[in-house]
Design a protein around this ligand. Structure first.
Ligand code: PLP
Length: 423
């Protein structure tokens, strides 16, 4: 790691020898930027500079940072009860949140299982889908079908359902369970190919797992509601469960509250995390339909779902999530997402003609500039920081997923930094 400058805070210098950074070859990676505070859509660095945040901390901070309503709810909950175990004990924040999620999710998605991270929520969904077959007496149906370009998490079970090239399949060959990976049915040809895969493997499969409307960390690739309608039809025809991983798309990111509602396609299980607590605390939920839950409701103890993270339903995190849902009710978040979409489309469009740019696309509060070849991340990020913005490209993708509350002038700072830096 590069030697530190004397201006760096001493906690950074002291901790640097002991912290293991995410997704980084630490020998080569540039120093992480020390942050001392956040507010709205701004990140304050230790040296006094302020950056406009284009990423909302990995898409979580949908109301911006430090929203006073979430802060107040957290303060009250902290005084009353920061945590209590979920096994055998009940508390209002988690029960209230489950009832509210069931109410705002479409159809009969109404049974909420809590965990603390997106990857675990996906693992729980997979476990539900596998045990669903065991409980209904269908042996040998334990595989999951997922798609090229997918990202569902970093744990061992979820790595196996990520894109096989981008994901870590080759590195972990022999360790990951073998799942079935297909192309999304975007056109007649891929639709027929998927049907053929299902005809071959349908009896080994229990579920289809997909990120609806947007494949996020796998490349910010969009698809239409038609693709999801095809998946629902195929799932019904081959008697498969349909799992929507809405960890990225949930809570307004694509313009509607949930992709399942805006596409009109109802999954059997949905996973939520990222923006669930408005970007304040880790929390995830796997929400099952009554069809799935009913297979676990029986007189036989062995039909129970045997899962229970230690910090399951953490009261502080659930209080934050309830406060975040208040804000979706009280403030015009979805209108803000629509306005962001318009502004992103208008202001990123000029990038299309730049050399090295392959595509510009926008859906809801997601703006993407795709390059011909992988960006030189270090150089590009330095150019962004010099322009007063926090944007973190990956591979060929430079993207914006700002807070839904970002001001138009702040958004312009972000889009012009991208157009400028790429020019
Ligand atoms: C981020 C993400 C995950 C993993 O969530 P973690 O909290 O990082 O484990 C899973 N699925 C999707 C679609 C995601 O965007």
């Amino acid at each position: 790691m590069a030697p530190q400058k004397p201006s760096e805070p001493d906690w950074l210098t002291r901790g640097l020898e002991h912290v293991w950074l995410p997704y980084a070859q630490m020998k080569l990676a540039p120093l992480p930027a020390p942050v001392v505070a956040t507010r709205g859509s701004q990140i304050m660095l230790a040296d006094g500079r302020k950056l406009v945040d284009g990423v909302a901390s990995w898409w979580t901070a949908c109301h911006g940072y430090n929203h006073p309503h979430i802060a107040e709810s957290l303060r009250k909950q902290l005084e009353r009860m920061p945590h209590v175990m979920f096994g055998g004990l009940a508390h209002e924040p988690a029960y209230e949140l489950a009832a509210r999620l069931a109410k705002i999710l479409p159809g009969n998605l109404d049974r909420v299982f809590y965990s603390e991270s997106g990857s675990v929520a996906v693992e729980v969904a997979m476990k539900m889908a596998i045990q669903y077959r065991l409980n209904t007496g269908e042996r040998g149906r334990s595989k999951i079908l997922s798609f090229r370009g997918a990202y569902h998490g970093d744990t061992l079970a979820t790595m196996a359902v990520c894109d096989p090239e981008e994901g870590m399949h080759s590195l972990f060959r022999g360790v990951l369970p073998e799942q079935i990976i297909a192309d999304l049915p975007r056109d007649d040809e891929s639709h027929a190919a998927l049907r053929a895969v299902l005809e071959r493997h349908g009896r080994e499969l229990t579920a289809i797992l997909v990120e609806p409307l947007v494949q996020g960390a796998g490349g910010m690739v969009f698809h239409s509601a038609l693709v999801l309608q095809r998946l629902r039809k195929l799932a019904d025809e081959f008697d498969l469960l349909l799992i929507f991983d809405e960890i990225f798309t949930g809570f307004g990111r694509t313009g509607g509250m949930f992709a399942c509602a805006s596409s009109g396609v109802l999954p059997d299980i949905i996973t939520l995390s990222k923006a669930l607590t408005g970007g304040t605390l880790p929390l995830a939920a796997t929400v099952a339909s009554s069809l799935v839950f009913d297979a676990f409701w029986s007189d036989r103890p062995e039909d129970a779902l045997m899962h229970g993270p230690t910090f399951m339903g953490n009261p502080l995190a659930c209080a934050a999530a309830n406060a975040s849902l208040d804000l979706f009710e009280r403030e015009p978040r979805l209108e803000q997402a629509t306005a962001i979409a318009k502004q992103l489309a208008r202001e990123l469009e000029p990038c299309r003609t730049l050399k090295g740019v392959r595509d510009v696309r926008v859906m809801g509060a997601i703006g993407v500039v795709e390059l011909d070849s992988p960006a030189e991340r270090g150089a590009l990020m330095k150019a962004f920081i010099d322009r007063g913005v926090w944007i973190r490209p990956f591979g060929r993708i430079v993207y914006l997923t700002p807070a839904l509350t970002i001001r138009p002038d702040e958004l312009t700072t972000l889009t012009s930094a991208i157009c400028d830096a790429l020019a």
